[in-house]
Design a protein around this ligand. Sequence first.
Ligand code: C2E
Ligand code: CA
Ligand code: CA
Length: 740
Amino acid sequence: MPGAVSAGLIGAEARTRRPGSLAGGVLAGVAMILVAMLLSSVVFSIVRADNSIRDAATRRAQSAIDLLSTLHVQSMLNRATLSDDDGATRAFDATMSAFSRDEGHVQVWMAMSAETMYWQARRGAATIEPPRDALDKAGLARRRELIDTRGDTVRIVRPVILGQGVAADARCVACHGAGPGALRPGQVIGVYSAQANMAAERAHWRRMFLDEVTWLVCVALAALLALSLWLRRALLRPLRRVERIALRMAHGNIDRPVESLATSHEFGRIGTALEQFRQALVQKRALSEYNAFLATHDSLTGLPNRGAFAERLKHLLVEAGTARAGPAMAPVGLSGTADEPPAALCVMIDLVRFKAINDRHGREAGDALLCTVARALRQALQPGEHVARLHGDEFAACRLVSQSEDIDDFLSRLARALATPLHDGDLVLGTGGSIGYALSPEDGSCVDELMGNADLAMRRAKADPHVAYTRYDPQSDEPSRTRVALLDDLALAVARGQIVVHYQAQHDTMTGTVVGYEALARWIHPTRGLISPAVFIPLAEETGLIGPIGAFVLREACQLAAREPQPVRVAVNVSAVQLCDPQFDRLVHQILVDTGLSPARLELELTETALITHRDRALHAMRRLKALGVQIAVDDFGVGYSSLEAINLFPIDKIKIDRSFVTTYDVEPKGRMLLKAIITIGESLQVPILAEGVETQAQLAFLRSVGCTQVQGFLLDHPRLREDLPLDECGDTAGVADVA
Ligand code: C2E
Ligand code: CA
Ligand code: CA
């Protein structure tokens, strides 16, 4: 469940990290910037507005003071008398009182210093204005203009100094500086005090400002809303789609192509990358599915392979077994009635003539024929039936059957399918099948047993082309079973030291001396006892085991001969399979080097059939062996089909006449003639002739009479283990001398 696992991981990651929303973050950031901008602009506006309102109020107060001081001075200068009912003075006083009354806007008043008040009092002035507050007093004391802002008011206190500014005129000095209590120039005679009120301006500004801020906040909120909508559309939605697609793929749903994300250049690229990723996943899945398919199927025909077939057969056996063990248990065996419990039918098929077709028309045609047959077999199947290719041209089929008609129907459908010809241009290649079958539980209760027995039945069917299909029969299939069992055991025979070598002496016919030994392999089977090479050598040739077995015999024989003080030869049988191995001459060379045996003392026996069947390769191999200095003998001479050709073609050192000529020479006049003819050929070609299978004195006498050079047979010696060989007998003439 890789999808679930990755989904779990994604979930776990999401749980541990808990990231905030991207759009939320962006919006919060933008909102914070806007709020900061708004706040700083508010603060800046407030400070600026307050300054300008204060400045305006200050200017207003100053202007009022300027106006009043001008009017004051002017009235003082203009007036004719010192009385206060002077016209200019009245105008000034009127203005003054008007200013003083104007409480909402600006108020201006004058205050006199203590000296001036004293002076005024002495002069009998009607209005004497003392300082109104501490600020007026401070103005009088400090002699400089003071500006003070408190709450919504700005106060300006401007001192009037005699002899300076507005009080600089000579008449001012003359007026204030004469008489008792006179003031001197440089003395503060009073202050002009003005108080401007800013409350109205401030209220007005606040209203304006509130309107402005409201407007700005609305604009900012609208901008945030627009931004959030844009973020949602341009960022969030595509991101959610990316998330959905990734989760979909994480859950294993990779068949749906990635839909377009091209809302922006970047998302377009992410979409393309996701699609490429999906395609890579699809390819990977296809590859793993193909690998899984290959693990259970034959790559050429696409049919299930041996493993998959065994698995299906196993299921059928379980099904059949369960049905039999059920409440309605019926007797075993198919009687043809519809009530029978089901049995598992296992069928083994081997194509006929397939090897010939392959050899003649080539591997490609062979493969095409296998595919044709496989297709036909598959098409012939009905529900519940299975077919498989085991290897090469071997197929298998299985199903459950309840009555014998089921078997006939199934097998005849298979047989028809097997006969389906391959049409390749003008070429029509047809085959057929040898079919053997076995039924559970009588012919086997497990997969191996059932398949093995069906295979044995198939081998019997193969041997008899007239039989359509054969059921396994314990009696008839016993030889095949033994053979199969032997094949299994033979694989381990060399490693377990079960192959031993016996040696049979070869004698000179005239002198009776031992001229050599023939090495003959034996298999000491742990349960079956001694097994003849006539039985196991063909099996070894079939399975390729002849390689290690032949090498073992060759090494043993060479070791024995190398230790032997007399220069007798050792003859070793070489099968056609060994001869065709391109490495064979190297092996011989290596063994000669390892054992230290002179090549001239080693004689390799090759049957003429092997030589002629693999003519070119045999000739090539023989030349290389001859180059090593090894001797070559033709074994079983006379029973092959081209004896004379073999002598003519190959560089032969000895001819071994087959045993059949010797045993029948006295009853077959033709055999006697042939024996003589072969010996004459040997004499004329100066090739020594050895007669095999000499069992009687009469045979020996005859062979001697016709000039046969060497003899070998039970009369003179039986094959024996090396330990039992009378090695000191070499050169002994006992057996033959007796006869002589
Ligand atoms: P072969 O090469 O013709 O060996 C001679 C066979 O005749 C041997 O049988 C031997 O025991 C038997 N024999 C010898 N003298 C007499 C006799 O007087 N009368 C009768 N009836 N038989 C006699 P064996 O040992 O059973 O070998 C059978 C065949 O197995 C051999 O025939 C040879 O073709 C093959 N063979 C044996 N050992 C090897 C081996 O190491 N490699 C190969 N490739 N083939 C081997
Ligand atoms: Ca031989
Ligand atoms: Ca022979």
